[in-house]
Write a protein that binds this ligand. Structure first.
Ligand code: PAF
Length: 284
């Protein structure tokens, strides 16, 4: 696996790959790779000829009081894991390579509406940071297909929206969430939890499943269901941020006519803020 830290050398390499007629898959990450990221690499390997994984802890998507400084950086181990998966190329630039010496003067990509609610409300500017870095990575690598985890459901919709709005000829693929045996969605932020907190955190997925079952059973009292789930999370020792039943394509509050739903959840436990979701397809 070839590692590039410079945009120009990655682009020279990818130009050759494209001339050979190979398709390019991009897996953008912030590193500290776990089994969920490896699923993205495997999916990319199965759908494209040449897979690039990027690792960049993007300062633009962290708020002032968030964990940018402590976010786990494990480049050597990540590189070994990618080699083990026969990933073709690792792009691991530093901040200056990506944002130059004046990051505050950066052009920003902003997706209206979708970016404002849920994680966008609790983390102002977060999705502007995500949309901006992913746009840059798309322009740098010009992939045919890019792969993202469904765990970050709102992020996935934001990325699909700007890709369409900016007429980018890139397919966006969402890959199923990888879970611990307890059901807890894998996340680098699980690393901040002790054993007890990790066990309690599994209640997020339990609440999502319970609510999904109730919806499937015909319950349409959305706010009662949301409220009950928040109480369950509190009883499990978490501090819910949101628990919302939404239309799966635009994240508007669900209506009784919607059949494609997503339940979005975010909750604080110990030093972590965790997110998860479940899609619910109801009979038409
Ligand atoms: O999901 C992530 O790891 C990040 O938000 C992403 C998409 C790599 C952008 O920094």
């Amino acid at each position: 696996m070839k590692t590039h830290t410079e945009i120009s050398t990655l682009q020279d390499h990818l130009k050759k790959i494209r001339l050979e007629g190979q398709t390019i898959g991009l897996v953008p990450t912030m590193g500290n790779l776990h089994a969920g990221h490896i699923d993205l690499i495997k999916e990319a390997k199965s759908k494209t000829d040449f897979v690039v994984c990027s690792i960049f802890v993007n300062p633009l998507q962290f708020g002032a009081n968030e964990d940018l400084g402590s976010y786990p950086r494990t480049l050597d181990q990540d590189s070994e894991k990618l080699t083990g998966e026969s990933c073709d190329s690792l792009f691991a630039p530093n901040e200056i390579e990506i944002y130059g010496s004046n990051p505050d003067n950066q052009t920003i990509v902003r997706v209206p509406e979708l970016s404002n609610e849920f994680c966008g409300k609790s983390r102002p500017g977060h999705f502007d940071g995500v949309a901006t870095i992913v746009t840059k990575l798309f322009n740098i690598a010009q992939p045919d297909i890019a792969f993202f985890g469904l765990k970050d459901y709102q992020q996935l919709l934001v990325i699909k929206k700007f890709t369409a709005d900016l007429s980018m000829n890139i397919d966006i693929v969402g890959v199923e969430t990888r879970r611990e045996n307890s059901g807890l969605a894998m996340s680098s932020r699980n690393n901040y939890l002790n054993d007890e907190q990790r066990q309690s955190a599994a209640s997020i997925y339990q609440c999502l499943n319970k609510t999904s079952d109730q919806l499937r059973a015909g319950n349409r009292e959305f706010s009662d269901l949301e409220q009950a789930a928040k109480v369950n999370l509190q009883q499990a020792g978490l501090k819910p941020d949101y628990f919302s039943i939404c239309n799966a394509s635009n994240l508007q509050a669900a209506t009784a006519d919607d059949t494609q739903l997503v339940i979005l959840a975010a909750a604080y436990i110990g030093p972590s803020r965790l997110i998860d979701n479940i899609q619910v397809k109801l009979p038409v």
